[in-house]
Design a protein around this ligand. Structure first.
Ligand code: GLN
Length: 281
């Protein structure tokens, strides 16, 4: 029956991945609702129902991949970000709640009644660019990624969510010569190459190029900070996500590159997560 299948899967996920039982149960439920095309309420209401062999087989197929560590978002193909569902594949980073801080900070700098030019560097699934475009319909949002596979997903998300975003294949600013923006945002790779987190949990299955950035994790933040100035309009702003221990380094990079009064903001967990500044006049 449904309940024992979920219980059994919960135990197997807990053992295989060392997750908290509560998280493992959530995983099992999400997989079941996904393969069976039902919702969470159905699972509860049908607790004691028998499960057909076909439904068991479908569930087991997905569960086997979860037991190998494949992230839930890749198995079900979607992850919610800022209240909207985004398609994801193993070619893009899974959107994280931490990054909603970057959305809030960006929205605070894009007046709803002004046609501003906004750039998202390394857009991945497109979650940042698409959210900004939907929340600020007058803004012209450009989003770049070096990965054409990522751009295909981002474009598909924009189509599904009805967002108007200009997508370009570009290694950071490479394809943007001569273009200037009012606001540049980025969630670049910022994990140090030897960080053990890269070899654990969901991160093992995410594109390494979207996560790791050199010995100290600052390689891309350095490049972005150095080049942002020539792509900002007067009074333009730069906002970049970074690691919990990179605030001082990123503030220094901003100061060195034309942003005299950098600021940093903490995410919901209280961890400094975004730094940015306004270009000196
Ligand atoms: N915050 C992510 C993590 O540590 C890293 C995301 C990134 O490198 N942009 O899981």
């Amino acid at each position: 029956m449904v309940a024992s299948l979920i219980n059994d899967a919960t135990t197997r996920i807990t053992t295989a991945l060392g997750l908290e039982k509560r998280d493992a149960r959530l995983d099992a439920r999400v997989l079941a609702t996904h393969v069976w095309g039902v919702d969470a309420a159905w699972l509860i209401a049908h607790d004691t129902d028998p499960v057909s062999d076909a439904h068991i087989a479908g569930f087991e197929t997905l569960l086997a991949r979860r037991l190998q560590g494949v992230p839930i978002a890749y198995l079900v193909g979607t992850r919610e970000f800022y209240g909207r569902p985004f398609r994801v594949s193993a070619n893009v980073l899974i959107p994280r709640p931490d990054t909603e801080l970057l959305v809030e900070l960006a929205l605070a700098r894009i007046p709803p009644d002004m046609p501003m030019d906004v750039l998202d560097l390394g857009t991945g699934s497109g979650c940042l660019a698409i959210t900004l475009a939907l929340e600020r319909p007058l803004a012209h949002v450009t989003a770049v990624d070096r990965s054409t596979a990522a751009l295909a997903i981002a474009q598909r998300n924009a189509d599904i969510l009805n967002a108007r975003v200009e997508f370009l294949a570009s290694d950071w600013f490479a394809a943007l010569a001569g273009r200037r923006f009012n606001l540049i945002v980025s969630n670049p790779p910022y994990v140090a190459a030897a960080d053990p987190h890269l070899t654990r949990g969901d991160l093992r299955f995410e594109p390494r190029t979207a996560l790791a950035a050199g010995l100290d994790g600052l390689d891309d933040l350095r490049r972005l900070a150095a080049a942002a100035r020539i792509h900002l309009k007067p009074g333009g702003a730069l906002l970049m996500e970074h690691g919990y221990d990179q605030t001082d380094a990123v503030q220094a990079l901003l100061r060195e590159n034309g942003f005299p009064s950098p600021q940093s903001w903490a995410d919901l967990a209280g961890i400094p997560r975004v730094s940015g500044g306004v270009l000196s006049e």
